[in-house]
Design a protein around this ligand. Structure first.
Ligand code: RIB
Length: 320
């Protein structure tokens, strides 16, 4: 149930990571000990947090509805990433400039559009929730979190958002290698909506010693036990939205020719957040987000391929 919120409705606050993505196209992704060649690399804007903010800003169709706080270095990459976010109409006033270098992601994309990513976190290890201007929480009704910045800072931001009366969307991506059962419990108890892909759902179920079974059964089990909505994204198979009352809906994806899936999950989360902030239900919001995520797979790169509001509307209108 949406919590009552007296503040300006319809604004999204993303707290998370910023990266510069160095992207190589390869026939097949290098295995341990193997070297593969790629003709060239592209330097693109990325980071799950920044990507989600960009997806939200584009889907909102107007400026000023999205704020972003993360951390960048005082290097050229940090300046470029900040300018890019501003150019998308995102409020970056709270961006923190820290002593580490701006985060970088090293991405290989194979011939089927699948990817492998290594992130050098750098500045993403240092954003602090305590430094966020309280007015950012007052303005927003949805906070979006992912897992590329320290968990403790994300939890602190979630508590501040709840104190201000808003809702919290947690995207459990990527699942930290050292995530404990207590960490997961802390995280889901600060979340109103949990967004996971299949492997993240598997990890969450295993860590919390949940019921086995199908994706739908695992999502339903997490929803009931932790009292939150769980949205499981299944790529071309669509999305399952599971509510704590045991109801579940399956929403189809849009069929597209896949070039690169990098950032599809971030597109889903950003578009979901904007739709929720406008008052749509979880299932309605997930329907829009699933279409946007499919559209984002048609080009190389995360932010490069994210659709704008008009493209999402057109795809929704043309959908059988
Ligand atoms: O989700 C895709 C993103 O993951 C990339 O942009 C990369 O920066 C990594 O954070």
């Amino acid at each position: 149930m949406p919590r009552p919120h007296s503040n300006d409705p319809g604004s999204v606050f993303v707290f998370g990571s910023v990266n510069i993505d160095l992207v190589c196209r390869v026939n097949s992704i290098a295995r341990p000990g193997e070297t593969v060649l790629s003709p060239r690399y592209e330097q693109l804007f990325g980071g799950k947090g920044a990507n989600q903010a960009v997806a939200a800003a584009r889907a909102s169709g107007e400026g000023g509805r999205v704020s972003f706080v993360g951390a960048v270095g005082s290097d050229d990459l940090g300046v470029a990433a900040t300018e890019q976010l501003k150019a998308e109409g995102i409020d970056t006033d709270g961006l923190q400039i820290v002593s580490e270098r701006t985060g970088c992601a090293f991405i290989s994309i194979d011939a089927r559009g699948e990817n492998a990513i290594t992130v050098a976190s750098g500045a993403n290890r240092l954003p602090e929730a305590a430094k966020i201007d309280p007015s950012v929480f007052d303005k927003a009704n949805i906070l979006v979190l992912q897992m590329e910045v320290p968990l403790g800072e994300s939890l602190a931001a979630a508590r501040l958002m709840h104190a201000a009366g808003g809702r919290v969307v947690v995207n459990l991506a990527p699942v930290p290698g050292d995530l404990s059962r207590d960490d997961l419990t802390g995280l889901v108890s600060e979340a109103d909506i949990l967004v996971v892909n299949e492997s993240e759902l598997e990890a969450a179920s295993a860590l919390s010693e949940g019921a086995g079974g199908t994706v739908a059964e695992k999502a339903a089990d997490l929803s009931r036990r932790f009292g939150l909505a769980v949205i499981a994204t299944l790529g071309a198979e669509g999305v399952i939205v599971s509510q704590m009352d045991g109801t579940a809906q399956t929403i189809p994806a849009l069929a597209v020719e896949v070039v690169d899936t990098t950032g599809a999950g971030d597109t889903f989360v950003g578009v979901l957040a904007v739709a929720l902030s406008s008052g749509l239900s979880e299932a309605e919001a997930a329907g829009r987000a699933a279409v946007a995520a499919s559209l984002s797979c048609r080009k190389v790169g995360a932010q490069t391929a994210m659709p704008r509001a008009e493209e999402i509307e057109a795809a929704l209108a043309g959908r059988p």
